[in-house]
Design a protein around this ligand. Structure first.
Ligand SMILES: Cc1cc2nc3c(=O)[nH]c(=O)nc-3n(C[C@H](O)[C@H](O)[C@H](O)COP(=O)(O)OP(=O)(O)OC[C@H]3O[C@@H](n4cnc5c(N)ncnc54)[C@H](O)[C@@H]3O)c2cc1C
Length: 313
């Protein structure tokens, strides 16, 4: 089938790869490309966060975890590595549904739980270095025969293709007139210092993380719902540093080398479904909140399945 994928973030590029692998012809158009997408600001660790519905995101997440591990082994240049992390919680909650599906997960002994917290777990996850990973995905799309063009799509009705795959992230708010899609602002700091182990408090109100990449550690964060501000806020930076220093007292502010802000495309649930508009078939794949990288391959597989079904009908 002739597929037109809109969007060159992690969602669009992963879908383009899967559709090409399935033998479809793919053109990908996008207004912006790496390093200018939200996906570029992703920290990025595999960890389902700020995304719904859990019954689907757990499955998409586990499928993605496995695929990221495969890529790590087969394509070291993609920038993926496995690291240990510890999540701390202020109340005792059941372990996440995906906990039995990953390579390492254990509850922390009370003596290992950081001060101020009562519960926690240790997990092993892929860390995806987006400055390497997104260009790698783009190269893969081209190698598999995909065509990549720069264009802004003003209306889904203007395009002719057997199927349109809509991976426009926050752009879908205007393109699909979808007001249930709203930004959750995230600010991060890049630090040239390795904490050894990543440390996390993933509750939106107290969000704190130290994510070690090979080049820098990404410190976060903020989760400001409905905030469109793309400027760096000094108050947010101070707040992030203070929270990270609580978990990592050795953090040295002299090692700060950069900062970034991005708007997570958040929705009450990921929109992954088929729609027929004026005779044109569209598969939407947007609204991945704080977990677009974490869900990318699971969602791309589902998009490819929906396209396959179209071919059979
Ligand atoms: C600070 C921060 C930290 C994060 N950390 C993590 C993490 O650790 N792990 C994780 O899994 N996720 C993380 N996320 C979330 C993740 O970044 C997003 O869920 C993900 O990037 C969404 O990807 P996407 O491809 O759907 O959207 P985007 O990356 O926004 O891509 C959308 C694409 O569509 C294009 N587009 C939009 N509208 C149009 C149009 N009308 N015409 C043509 N093109 C259009 C854009 O130019 C862009 O190329 C983080 C986000 C932030 C902000």
């Amino acid at each position: 089938m002739d597929c037109l994928v809109i969007g060159a973030g992690v969602s669009g590029l992963s879908c383009a790869v899967r559709l090409l692998e399935a033998g479809h012809s793919v053109k990908l158009v996008s207004e912006s490309f790496s390093p200018d997408t939200v996906s570029d600001t992703a920290a990025a660790i595999w960890y389902p966060f700020l995304v719904q519905p859990v019954e689907k995101t757990d499955r998409w997440g586990v499928d993605t975890y496995r695929e990221l591990m495969r890529i790590m082994h087969e394509s070291p240049e993609a920038g993926i590595s496995m690291r240990l992390g510890r999540e701390y919680l202020r109340k005792v909650v059941p372990s996440p549904g995906w906990s039995s599906e990953i390579t390492h997960f254990r509850l922390l002994d009370p003596s290992e739980v950081a001060k101020g917290y009562v519960h926690g777990w240790e997990f092993e996850s892929p860390i995806i270095e987006m400055p390497l990973y997104l260009p790698w995905l783009m190269r893969l799309v081209r190698e598999l025969g995909g065509i990549i063009e720069t264009a802004t799509v003003a209306s889904l009705g203007d395009i002719e293709a057997d199927v349109i795959v809509n991976c426009t992230g926050m752009g879908a708010r205007e393109l699909c007139d979808d007001e249930r899609l709203e930004p959750i602002r995230g600010q991060v700091i890049y630090l040239k210092q390795d904490p050894g182990i990543g440390q996390f408090d993933q509750q939106p109100d107290t969000l704190t993380y130290t994510i070690p990449r090979s080049d820098v550690t990404v410190l976060g964060g903020t989760a400001q719902v409905g905030d469109w501000n793309l400027e760096i806020s000094e108050a947010d930076e101070e707040n992030i540093l203070a929270k990270c220093e609580e978990l990592w007292p050795e953090l040295d502010r002299a090692n700060i080398v950069g900062r970034a802000v991005g708007l997570r495309p958040s929705r009450y649930e990921v929109r992954l479904e088929k729609e027929v508009l004026g005779g044109q078939t569209i598969i939407h794949n947007y609204g991945h909140g704080g977990a677009g990288v974490t869900l990318s391959w699971g969602c791309a597989d589902e998009v490819a399945r929906l396209v396959e079904e179209l071919g059979q009908s």
